[in-house]
Design a protein around this ligand. Structure first.
Ligand SMILES: C[S@@+](CC[C@H](N)C(=O)[O-])C[C@H]1O[C@@H](n2cnc3c(N)ncnc32)[C@H](O)[C@@H]1O
Length: 301
């Protein structure tokens, strides 16, 4: 849905209709960057209070067992090789203002990111490249709907080997854990995903259930659609697999997923592919136009 902003959406009758019915709010809000970006980033404390004010309004849309997941990158102090604490402070304030529990702090690791901030990383070589974003999973209850069985990773070759041979070296480990003879030998269909996500289909680190998603050419179709229609592709698109992972972890088929800062609507594309209902709000008409490229076959106006 196109709205002039999430604030306008929250005042709209559609927001009243879905109050208490959203199973997952998954979003990557505009980052609190130092320089203004094309898509209206706010700065410093203004950003912090804006996100804080939005928290209770978004939370009232959630179902009692629903989750809100926010992906937020790092920020650096202007002209200084030091990090800003603004993203973390924002997440904390959002959590508190929304009366939310922090279910888990996940990390989205993207080793393919270009080295930056350039001055400190590639010029002066005094910092490491910034290669992760924060993914905060919050909810109204301590036990929101969730199942890690929905996002099992393929077993490593070593584990496959053990399962085949049904042999394990029992005994006490240096960590103090005692491994029984059959302790790890049940085949549960895959290994439990860690909280550092680095979902890479080539490295075999992607849940089987998401393979279909990662093999689709959605982003290529999106870029082509933008090119054909003289639209700028969104500069900060998130990976389809990240949206797909969180949607599978936290929702069932037909559940309702909302992205209040949808950009190119990666969230909606993943939700649709996984059989969930979705609502996307985005302030830029141009980005919404571009996002149609993700739904060429299925779009209903
Ligand atoms: C980081 S981008 C989201 C990118 C998206 N996850 C994707 O994969 O394409 C944040 C988006 O929020 C939008 N935005 C900023 N302020 C907004 C507001 N008040 N209401 C709705 N959208 C807003 C921006 O136009 C931008 O497209």
């Amino acid at each position: 849905m196109w709205c002039s902003s999430i604030e306008a959406f929250l005042d709209h009758r559609e927001a009243k209709r879905i109050a208490g019915k959203v199973d997952l709010i998954f979003t990557s809000p505009p980052y609190p960057l130092v320089k203004e970006k094309r898509y209206g980033n706010k700065k410093g404390d203004e950003y912090l209070s804006w996100m804080r004010d939005l928290a209770p309004r978004l939370v009232q849309l959630l179902s009692p067992t629903g989750s809100v997941v926010i992906e937020l990158g790092n920020a650096w102090q202007p002209g200084s090789p030091t990090m800003s604490t603004l993203p973390l402070r924002t997440l904390l304030e959002f959590q508190e203002a929304g009366g939310l529990h922090l279910c888990q702090h996940l990390v989205w690791h993207n080793p393919a990111r270009l080295p930056g901030p350039a001055q400190w990383v590639t010029v002066e070589r005094i910092r490491l490249k910034d290669s992760f974003t924060h993914v905060w999973w919050m909810s109204r209850t301590e036990r929101p709907k969730a199942s890690n069985r929905n996002v099992l990773l393929p077993y490593s070759n070593h584990m496959k080997d053990l399962l085949r041979k049904q042999g394990y070296n029992p005994g006490r480990r240096p960590s103090g854990h005692v491994v029984s003879e059959a302790g790890f030998l049940a085949d549960h269909g895959g290994s439990i995903a860690p909280s550092v996500l680095s979902l890479d289909s080539e490295a075999d680190r992607i849940p089987q259930s998401l393979l279909k998603l990662s093999n689709t050419k959605w982003d290529a179709a999106y870029i082509e659609h933008c090119r054909n229609n003289f639209l700028d592709p969104h500069p900060a698109r998130m990976p389809l697999e990240l949206a797909g992972f969180m949607i599978q972890l936290l929702t069932d088929k037909n559940d309702l997923v909302l992205d209040p800062f949808a950009g190119s609507n990666t969230t909606g594309a993943a939700a649709q592919a996984l059989g969930r209902r979705w609502i996307a709000v985005e302030m830029s008409a141009q980005y919404i136009e571009g996002s149609r490229g993700r739904f060429e076959d299925t779009l209903i106006d």
